[in-house]
Write a protein that binds this ligand. Structure first.
Ligand code: GCB
Length: 626
């Protein structure tokens, strides 16, 4: 069929793009657990602002050859005093990594172009040369990164919110004065993911950590350990451990491949050895007396994986989650999601969040609101966020930035979306907190879009069969009907039918909620992935006045009474949004000034009056046992 063909060609496009040598090598899971052999490259980096791409193209706008001395990735030191050099690095021009460039200097507030980063570093090998591999790992760079070490191009990566790594050849690294240069470009393009138009700030730069990681030649590339079933008797854990390379016993490289893999959970006195059966070894074992992970009891176990060559540790929580009929079952019991949507931003400092401290601040605010769930909108957040959610006991919705009107007819765009999906899942598929992978937000219904989204859903299911897959759908909430049906055709493929509604904010006033009801024809759990209205903190007027705190209070009060009439498959919500956030689309000069004001916290962290309405509601339903 046409669909199958489209599917096959999308898959082969993505396979082709993946195998291009200039792209990142397969992602390594659990860089956080590899600290022993890794060197952080965070800190001050030099920069050059290059809106004309002078460091990349010659004056005829042809890409500079790798060894051209005018290319910014090469050493700018003149060889003799007659040499003409028109670029260089100076401490006078430096930026912190990680960190978006926008907040670091006023001149970069609106910058959307190319900026080059440079760092010199020394490197002391810890493992034996020839018996180890070296990788450069980037937590995220928005949007495109071209990475050069000592004049040699390691590769490039596109996508601003997912990690990537490049192998560093032994021939390239030096003991002293390594010259690492990254060309970062955050220009928006129609055929990127996200596309030209979003309701958030396009922060640019090396926004997450950079590490140089040394691993044994044969190392543990990826693993997944999940509680499968049953949860009442002995817990069954299944999954896999994947090595970066495997040589069958008959081939020449046999000596490279470890024979066994060991899985240990010291706290449970568990230790088991599995024979390595290929690049990916299936793992299955039972654990008596396992304490399950849940928001009320976010129990994590230190799990150690080792071969005779490699060893790593991770902190993993074990739980099951699935959509079943009208409910979402966590560890076999129905759960209700008291959620909130969060952007990856520290609004008081007008910057991207990235650190553990940032994650604790945002999740701490969500805790105070009474939440047990967060929707990480609209792109994967830093790994410190999902790790903090694991340890604090939040359920997490994690999403790729397939947002609004990306080009659903393009195979290249599909490949970009699919790669980000794979990177998101590979990084975080051992986080107990994550219960939903979302493949997008408010995508406009059309046959091309539904095929595109359906393929992403299939791919997410293939990559991870242990979690729900969803997408935030749109619904016409101004239809005037008293039952609004969430009947988007994508509902047939998602596990959780999720929709955004702004009844009483976009069009009409909140009293519209009094006559509106919600339903879906799909026999699946129903989730409100967004709802909210704006208010400027400290603006007090009557409740009919837009942007007043009283209007937002009214919105939330009407919402709460409407929720009393939700159908019995309603399993929770994540209102929009935790805190005011920067958006170039919000230009009311009195109340917005470049901020989306739908936060329950202001940009300074003050609680708006509506905060207490939602908090009161969450506390009430929690006390009722939800
Ligand atoms: C939405 C979008 C979200 C916007 C929000 C708004 O539906 O999903 O990204 O920020 O509405 O405030 O309009």
């Amino acid at each position: 069929t046409a669909k199958a063909q489209q599917k096959a060609s999308a898959a082969s496009t993505s396979a082709m793009i993946q195998s291009q040598p200039t792209l990142a090598t397969p992602l390594i899971t659990d860089i956080a657990g590899r600290t022993e052999n890794s060197v952080s490259l965070n800190g001050r980096w030099h920069y050059i602002v290059d809106p004309y791409e002078t460091g990349f193209f010659d004056y005829r706008y042809k890409e500079l050859k790798e060894d051209n001395p005018a290319a910014y990735w090469n050493d700018p030191a003149p060889k003799s005093k007659t040499d003409l050099v028109e670029f260089g690095w100076s401490d006078k021009y430096s930026l912190m990594v990680p960190g978006d460039w926008n907040h670091q200097k006023d001149q970069f507030a609106f910058f959307e172009a190319t900026l080059w980063y440079q760092k010199s570093f020394d490197f002391t090998r810890k493992l034996k040369k020839g018996a180890s591999k070296l990788f450069l790992y980037f937590g995220a760079v928005n949007y495109r990164a071209d990475v050069y070490l000592n004049g040699h191009k390691l590769g490039f990566h596109e996508g601003g919110f997912t990690p990537f790594n490049f192998e560093v050849p032994d021939s390239v690294i030096k003991a002293h004065d390594n010259n690492l240069v990254v060309r970062v470009n955050n220009t928006r393009h129609k055929d990127d993911v996200p596309t030209l138009n979003t309701d958030w700030w396009n922060y640019g730069g090396i926004t997450r950590s950079v590490d140089l990681v040394e691993l044994p030649a044969t190392f543990i590339q990826d693993y997944s350990l999940q509680l499968t079933a049953p949860v009442t008797k002995d817990a069954v854990i299944t999954g896999y451990v994947q090595l970066n390379q495997f040589s069958s016993q008959s081939s020449a490289g046999a000596a490279q491949t470890p024979k066994n893999l060991k899985v240990q959970i010291p706290e449970l006195g568990f230790s088991k050895v599995f024979p390595v059966t290929g690049e990916r070894t299936a793992i299955s074992f039972t654990l008596p007396r396992l304490e399950l992970w849940s928001p009320d009891h976010p129990k994590l176990y230190t799990v150690t994986l080792s071969t005779d060559k490699d060893k790593l540790s991770d902190k993993i929580g074990f739980r099951t989650v699935k959509a079943s009929g009208k409910q979402v079952l966590l560890n076999g019991k129905p759960i209700f999601m008291r959620g909130i949507a969060i952007h990856e931003e520290i609004p008081s400092e007008v910057r991207r969040a990235w650190s553990k401290a940032d994650a604790l601040q945002l999740l701490g605010q969500a805790k105070e609101l009474g939440c047990n769930m967060v929707r990480l909108a609209h792109y994967p957040h830093d790994e410190s966020m999902t790790r903090a959610a694991d340890s604090l006991g939040f359920l997490v919705w994690s999403e790729i930035p397939v947002y609004w009107t990306i080009d659903f007819t393009s195979k290249q765009v599909y490949a970009k979306a699919a790669r980000q999906l794979r990177e998101m899942i590979t990084r975080d598929h051992n986080r107990a907190s994550i219960i939903v992978w979302s493949v997008g937000n408010e995508t406009p219904v059309s046959p091309a879009r539904t095929d595109f989204m359906h393929q992403l859903i299939d791919q997410a299911h293939q990559l991870d069969r242990t979690r729900m897959v969803s997408a935030a759908l749109e619904v016409n909430y101004n239809s005037g009907k008293n039952v609004n049906e969430i009947d988007d055709p994508l509902g047939a493929y998602v596990d959780l039918v999720a929709f955004n509604e702004y009844l009483g904010w976009y069009g009409g006033t909140p009293d519209k909620c009094r006559t509106t009801n919600w339903a879906t024809p799909y026999n699946k759990p129903l989730f409100i992935s967004e709802t909210g209205g704006g208010a400027k903190y400290g603006f007090h007027a009557d409740s009919l006045t837009r942007f007043s705190e009283a209007y937002q209070v009214w919105y939330y009060k009407e919402l709460v009474s409407m929720l009393g009439r939700m159908p019995d498959n309603w399993v929770g919500m994540s209102p929009w949004v935790l805190a005011d956030f920067r958006s170039p689309k919000r230009n009311n000069p009195v109340y917005q000034e470049g901020w989306n004001r739908k936060g329950l916290y202001s940009d300074k962290g003050e609680k708006k009056a509506a905060f207490y309405i939602l908090q009161g509601y969450y506390n009430k339903i929690k006390n009722e046992g939800h």
